[in-house]
Design a protein around this ligand. Structure first.
Ligand code: PHB
Length: 394
């Protein structure tokens, strides 16, 4: 069977869902096809920090009600090194912009519910998704698990929001595509623990045994991370080993101590950077993780995906309202400028905060000097803060 829509979106992650909402607001029709189930996308754990403009956008679009009730709003972050804590006052340094801690899957739940509530289409559980005729009359073909019959979705444009392993990026011919990669020789072990919050803001710990991050989810559930070997298996990390390591890496000279609690989840996350250029070919556009990956240190992944589709939705709006193509043609270049700044920031935070065996002791001392500079220079702290709370979207 064949159906038709203006914009065919592959992937119901942050990029695909925000795009569908932005297009709906502009009166442009779209259909999202997603290879996973609703339950799976609503249960996937990712980083949990929203930039200020992401929060503002959710509110502006009427999607922020639960977030405003349940999220944690912090005025800054704590950097801890040499066993001492230093507060970086993000709000004070950026004219009132805050750090909002609200897990990605909570955003996904809110966006899916609102999309379905206004009759928008999301086809979950589809297999064998493929892209056709992206330089002519685009089509997405897919096989819903329920019927097993191939379906065709004809559209004016396809937007690939299907993550790093989806088919969209591969549909851009190798000859026109350049990929930039960096893989770190460490990963993160992430846990959820039933415990009270460690602090009233996130604590980023630089320690000789490796990085640790203390984040939060709810007043009774905390999200903690430990730098680990990327080849580690969670089975090698007993609860006792995790707590011992968290204590060592977060203790301070004045005797601060983390409160333990039952660990309910453990997982290992790879740390890598990736950018694919260009982000457009013919009538195919790619956005979010389909085009770029950041290590989780700066918590930029979701925000970057949303920024891409804000740029793209403006361009699609100008196309449908005025027949203008200049913004569509500029999409890749416009989005990439901001993406590379977020890649730089994530790389900077990652290098500064981790112990990297591939680096010399000289470089490790330079990272400590950088941290010391951050806590002693308003200019340096402001540079960190404006990137952390989110650079403007041009
Ligand atoms: C998280 O809460 O998952 C989180 C917070 C801050 C980061 C990364 C992850 O930089």
């Amino acid at each position: 069977m064949a159906a038709r829509t203006q914009v065919g979106i592959i992937g119901a992650g942050p990029a695909g869902l925000f795009l569908a909402h932005l297009l709906h607001r502009a009166g442009i029709s779209s259909v999202i096809v997603e290879h996973r189930s609703r339950q799976a996308i609503e249960g996937t754990l990712r980083a949990g920090v929203l930039e200020q403009w992401t929060v503002d956008l959710m509110n502006e679009m009427g999607l922020g009600e639960r977030m405003m009730r349940e999220a944690h709003f912090h005025s800054g972050i704590t950097l801890r090194f040499n066993r001492q804590s230093h507060h970086i006052d993000m709000a004070g340094l950026t004219g009132g912009k805050r750090v909002t801690v609200y897990a990605q899957h909570e955003v996904i739940k809110d966006l899916v519910a609102a999309r379905l509530a206004h009759g928008g289409e999301i086809v979950f559980d589809v297999g064998e998704t493929s892209l056709h005729d992206i330089e002519g009359k685009p089509e997405i073909r897919y096989r819903p698990h329920q019927t097993g019959e191939i379906e065709t979705l004809r559209c004016d444009f396809i937007v690939g929001c299907d993550g790093q392993y989806g088919p969209s990026r591969q549909a851009i011919p190798d000859a026109v595509r350049t990929e930039y990669h960096k893989t770190y020789p460490f990963g993160w072990l992430g846990i959820l623990a039933d415990a009270p919050p460690a602090h009233h803001e996130l604590i980023y710990n630089n320690h000789s045994r490796g990085f640790a991050l203390l984040s939060t989810r709810t007043p009774t559930v905390q999200r903690y991370y430990l730098q680990c070997d990327p080849q580690d298996n969670v089975a090698q990390w007993s609860d006792d080993r995790i707590w011992a390591e968290l204590h060592r890496r977060t203790e301070t000279v004045d005797g601060w101590k983390l409160t333990e609690g039952p660990i309910t989840q453990k997982g290992i996350i790879a740390m890598r950077c990736f950018v694919s250029e260009p982000m457009q070919h013919g009538r195919l556009f790619i956005a979010g993780d389909a085009a770029h990956i950041v290590p989780p240190t700066g918590a930029k992944g979701l925000n970057l995906a949303v920024a891409d589709v804000v740029v793209l939705s403006r361009a699609l709006d100008a196309h449908y309202r005025k027949g203008a193509t200049d913004l569509l043609e500029a999409y890749s270049e416009t989005a990439l400028k901001r993406i590379w700044k977020a890649e730089r920031f994530s790389w900077y935070m990652t290098s500064m905060l981790h112990r990297n065996k591939a680096e010399s002791s000289f470089e490790q001392r330079v990272h400590l000097a950088e941290l010391d500079y951050l806590i002693s220079s308003r200019a340096a702290a402001t540079a960190l803060a404006e990137n952390y709370v989110g650079l403007p979207i041009n």
